[in-house]
Design a protein around this ligand. Sequence first.
Ligand code: PLP
Length: 440
Amino acid sequence: QNTEKSGAAAVDRNQQLFDRARQVIPGGVNSPVRAFRAVGGTPRFVQRAQGAYFWDANGKRHIDYIGSWGPMILGHGHPAVVEAVQKAVLEGFSFGAPTEREIELAEEILRLVPSMQMVRLVSSGTEAAMSAIRLARGATGRSKLIKFEGCYHGHADALLVKAGSGLATFGNPTSAGVPPEVVQHTLVLEYNNIQQLEEAFALHGDELACLMIEPIAGNMNFVRASVPFMQRCRELCTRHGALLVFDEVMSGFRVALGGAQSIYARAIPGFAPDISVLGKVIGGGMPLAAFGGPRSIMEQLAPLGPVYQAGTLSGNPVATACGLATLREIGKPGFFDALAARTRSLVDGLAGAAREAGVAFSADSEGGMFGFFLLDALPQNYGQVMKTDGPRFNKLFHGLLDRGVYIAPALYEAGFVSSAHSAQDIADTVAAASEVFRAG
Ligand code: PLP
């Protein structure tokens, strides 16, 4: 077992693997952000992981603040989860027929997220968000939808959209291969902008199938929807008969046991979204996601209703075992209080280190999710996030990476702390950041 913390290996295996990968996989990666294009340098190829750490191909240890982009809330290789997965594997990998474990997982999800009366399991957040949009359109008989700049809902065509030239015009595709006609029903608004929201509903409210939002956005680093903004989203959707769709793929079971919606429900009496989209933590690191809502809406899905949706691997027995074991661990008393305190200690420590070094810094966290910005004040929308000094962030990223601390390789991504991160890991991270800040 190699626990080497620093020092370059004689042969850079990460670089060797990256060179080899680029011959056979576009960009050498199976999801673009992994290629380090934003920050430059060589992606670290993971050899293995345990607890709060992974070891790269050079055998170097990293404190992992990505955790597979959110799912690994218990850290890597939690014994209860490993045991559940090993047992499930021996019973069979996939049946394409229903199992009791799917019911157990569905029951557990509904118990934890009371706005949902029924849930459908799928295999990725993209699939869940795409299916939720189809369901909202099928249930309302309408086509148009609102999304917000900086929120990511996976890579379904209708959601790969950037703002058009004005509120009366709908969006433009952000990817080649998405026909303009496919996004002509998607309106893109500024996050936390109540006035724009009201204008959009005044113009298009009665044609809207849904408004989809990341309530605590983790794809423009970490930005909360303000309570008044969320309250207005709910009121306008209700008044105009549009469905409020919460994309909690990242925030679900991560910012709180009941997701971000439990936080807004505390601030806004009677608050609930109509449809919730879940992923990441519910699979505990296996391909699993879900969408759900009230019975009346969910019964629109095939085989009961006219909205078609299906999947060969949906409700996969190994993934459901992994997800169930994960949810049972995070549901234990005190889990979230401890995780939130640890995460808070990280952002407070980083803020202190930045202050001492005279570096502009702001940070926020909720549960096991955090964001920090090389900005004086917390941003409220994507435009403000992107005012961050990119080269300065890249310097920080590489300074931390050199010191064995692995944060997201892009300034618009959130970070994640797991229950396996110790007080010592946090202290080591803050000490590393302090060195980098002081180096300028
Ligand atoms: N929705 C949100 C909020 C996400 O953060 C992501 C992925 O990061 C997705 C949807 C898409 O999920 P997946 O990558 O599992 O397709």
